[in-house]
Design a protein around this ligand. Structure first.
Ligand code: PGA
Length: 249
């Protein structure tokens, strides 16, 4: 069925020294975890992180990837570069990238297609603003984000896709969606995928995480909801003890 997946999103945090200290502490704390445990780290730390977690149950992730194989794209990183360092997962279309770096549904789709073609597992982020939540527009917006991200994705690849539902108003704010809100909104996304592909793949294969101020205190209740298959964790992934508690909810 759908194995829970807890992924840390370090964002632009942690120097090399921080990375070594955090992962050294984290490795033993999550060694007996039942959920799949992933750390998505800044590019500069990927090599060191990969060396540290070799032979452990922690998987390596990046925070973005370009869609082209190679070429004149100053500042960008290709799938091949990530794969060479042992990266398995890559976050795509985080709301911070959409908000501050011009990421669009179209570029999210391109990055998703390239990831899958090359053998990286995309963690595709969707989410609505507070205004969109309050106006009720969020359903249509999340359905559109989901559909546009998945254009051209083959049904057989859905097992390699993770969707992260992250309400923008809950990211880094300390405000979490209620368990019911998170669950019901993820159901909307899952139903959209069912209508695009099939009920069976949406229900049995596709994993959908919740993200937005998930922490050791609220994780158990969120994870008890039937639609929620894991979490994308920002702030609480920066401390080994907190993150391990989330991973072992
Ligand atoms: P947060 O971030 O856990 O700090 O709210 C989540 C995210 O942005 O992925």
């Amino acid at each position: 069925m759908r194995k829970p997946i807890i992924a840390g999103n370090w964002k632009m945090n942690n120097t090399m020294a921080d990375t070594k200290a955090l992962l050294t502490d984290l490795i033993p704390l999550v060694a007996d975890a039942n959920a799949e445990c992933v750390v998505c780290v800044p590019y500069t730390n990927i090599y060191a992180a990969g060396e540290l977690i070799k032979g452990t149950n922690i998987k390596l992730g990046a925070e973005n990837v370009h869609w082209a194989d190679k070429g004149a794209f100053t500042g960008e990183i290709s799938a091949e570069m990530l794969l060479e360092l042992g990266v398995e997962y890559v976050i795509i279309g985080h709301s911070e990238r959409r908000q501050f770096f011009g990421e669009t549904d179209e570029t999210v789709n391109k990055r998703t297609l390239t990831s899958l073609a090359k053998g990286l597992k995309p963690i595709v982020c969707v989410g609505e603003s507070l205004e969109e939540r309050q106006s009720g527009a969020y359903t249509a917006i999340l359905e559109a984000q989901t559909e546009k991200a998945l254009v051209g994705v083959d049904k057989t690849d859905l097992c390699n896709v993770v969707i992260a539902y992250e309400p923008i108003w809950a990211i880094g704010t300390g405000v979490t969606a209620t368990n019911q809100e998170a669950n019901d909104t993820i159901a909307i996304i899952r139903n959209k995928v069912a209508s695009l592909y099939c009920r069976d793949c949406a229900d049995n294969v596709l994993r959908i995480q919740y993200g937005g101020s998930m922490n050791p205190k609220n994780v158990a209740d969120l994870m008890a909801m039937p639609e929620i298959d894991g979490g994308l964790i920002g702030g609480a992934s920066l401390k080994a003890e907190d993150f391990s508690k989330v991973v072992k909810y």
